[in-house]
Every structure is written in C-alpha cells, then in structure tokens.
Ligand binder design. Structure first.
Ligand SMILES: [Zn+2]
Length: 318
C-alpha cells in the first residue's frame, strides 16, 4: 500500500472511520481474500449485515460446510475481544512506531483517550504483535552479549528489595542479545539467575547459522562455541581488552545503552515477567530501523493475526 504521512494529523485524517481501519486491516492480514479464522478456509464467505453502530463494519459468515461461524478481520487477531475502536488501536500502534524509545501506558492513555489500565493492555498486545516468531538465521559477523535490567535496590519498595549483601546481577532480569553486524538482531529474556551456558547456548544454536563468526566477551557461558561455529573471537573485558581488529561487541553494547535508556526513561524499570515483550518491541524497532515510521506501522499491523494475548495471560504470574 502506497501511502505516507508526514504528521500524526495526516495519519488521523486518513484513518478517520472504523470502516477504513477495518478495510486496511483486511488488506494487511488477508490480501484480497478473507480467510476464515476458525477453519482457515479461503472460500468466499457470506457477507453479514451488521446492525447499529457496527453497520459499516465488514462482517462475514464462513461458507465452509461444517464451519458456518461468524467473523470479522478482528477475530483471531490481537484486536479480538477488545471494546476499544480500531481507530484508537491504530493510533497506539502508530505512536509506538514513531517513538524512538517507547511509550508508557500513562502517556499512551492520555494520547489515545483510554484509561491507563486499557492502555497498558494495548501496549502489551502491540508488543506481542511485534514479536518475530520465525526470524532468518543470523550469519556473517554476529555479536553476542548478555545484560541485566532492574532498578536500583534503594528505590524499590521494601518487599521487592533483595536481601542486604546481595551483589551483582543476582535478582535482576537477564537478557541475551544476538546481533548480526549490518543486519538484524534477536533478543531473548532469560529467567533470573539462569544466565549461564546451559540456557544461553541453545539460544545461540537456534538463531545463529553455523557458518557465522561469533564475537563475545570472556563470559564462561560462551565457552566452546568455536567448535560449533565458523569462528569465535573473544575480547577479554576483564583484562582491559575491548577491540582487537574485527573482534569486539561494540554494536550490541551500543544497542544495550539505547534500550536501557529507553526502559529507564520511560518505565523506570520493568518486571522480569514482561521483559520478553519489551525485548520484542526494541528488537523490532532495531530491525526496522531503515523503514519509515508508516512502513513500520504497516509491517506491524500485518502481523496482528494469531497473536492473541488475554488480560488473564498478561496478569498471571509465572
Ligand atoms: Zn470457517
């Protein structure tokens, strides 16, 4: 779809009715043929005349024998079951795609005119939409590094503080980043206190092609990876070594500082339970860095199918 918006005002002028938003979503999700979200049939469905305030919304009933179920393009997408107008969802997704860092639910609620609780839910569902489910294997020069996020102990409520004497990364939320130079990246949150070879190596094997050359620091979790990949350069930070020719982890470390400033500046801190979704948001922003905001928005909307995340799932503790 060929369209550009220079301002958020132009964006609103374009998506000025629910009908236009539904039609845009249909093109992004289905192309020209509706797909039944219940049985996957592409047989032309029956058009259903909706009533009242929904009368402009394209509604269907599956024409497949034995299915016969009603649906709209929202069914089976992150927008399903939400009373919030699609216009507001689009506004939220656009805000997320033009922002350099991220948006807190308080800020988003004010901008799109919903409660903070609703905005929080929208934010997390949009992040689920941005998650890359099947990324291409990283290849070439791949930097791998791990880091931790978590607020300063002194700023936390007493019940959330670590016992006195706890040092270093303990209790903080770890994540590992794999970044192909001049390419894409993958970010994975790891359970607290489990950032070790046993948990990190399978992530490397899953997302990196064996013909890649790895670049890491001297952290023990990366030990022996040279046996499985084309090469493995290690820089020993603890010995004051940061760059040795092509061997360095400067790109991923630059990314960490942007992500941490984003998280701390916007949210102060994030709970480990939701860290993977912030990872998905920031990785998507990095991987679409060459795109214009409106293209990034359209790419995101394309992935809105089959990414339902219920309020219960969001709020349940692991
Ligand atoms: Zn069907």
């Amino acid at each position: 779809m060929d369209f550009t918006f220079k301002t958020i005002h132009e964006f609103h002028n374009y998506f000025n009715s629910e009908k236009i938003c539904y039609e845009f979503l249909e093109i992004q999700r289905w192309g020209n043929t509706p797909v039944c979200p219940h049985c996957g049939s592409i047989k032309t469905p029956y058009k259903v005349k909706a009533r009242g305030k929904f009368q402009d919304i394209p509604s269907y009933r599956c024409s497949e024998r034995g299915c016969d179920l009603p649906f709209t393009v929202r069914t089976g997408s992150i927008f399903e079951g939400s009373k919030v107008e699609l216009k507001k969802w689009f506004h939220a997704a656009y805000e997320l795609s033009i922002s350099k860092k991220s948006i807190s639910s308080i800020e988003l609620g004010i901008r799109i005119g919903v409660s903070q609780k609703t905005a929080w839910f929208i934010n997390h569902r949009l992040r689920a939409m941005l998650a890359e489910t099947n990324p291409a294997l990283l290849t070439g020069d791949v930097e791998i590094d791990e880091t931790y996020v978590g607020g300063k102990e002194a700023n936390k409520h007493k019940s959330k503080r670590q016992p006195k004497g706890t040092t270093g990364a303990k209790g903080k939320a770890p994540m590992v980043g794999l970044l192909q130079r001049n390419g894409n990246m993958v970010l994975r949150a790891i359970d607290a206190d489990k950032a070790n070879g046993e948990n990190i190596k399978p992530i490397v094997r899953q997302f990196v092609s064996p013909d890649a050359v790895l670049h890491t620091d001297g952290f023990g979790a990366y030990k022996d990876l040279h046996k499985e990949f084309a090469g493995h350069n290690i820089v020993y930070h603890d010995k004051g070594e940061y760059v040795r020719g092509k061997a360095h982890t400067n790109t991923i470390e630059g990314f960490w500082s942007i992500m941490k400033r984003g998280i701390i500046g916007t949210f102060h801190t994030v709970s480990p339970q939701h860290l993977q979704r912030y990872c998905d948001e920031f990785a998507h922003r990095y991987n679409t860095r060459e795109l214009k905001p409106v293209q990034r928005f359209a790419e995101g909307i394309k992935n809105s199918g089959n990414k339902r995340l219920t309020y219960k799932e969001l709020t349940s503790k692991k």
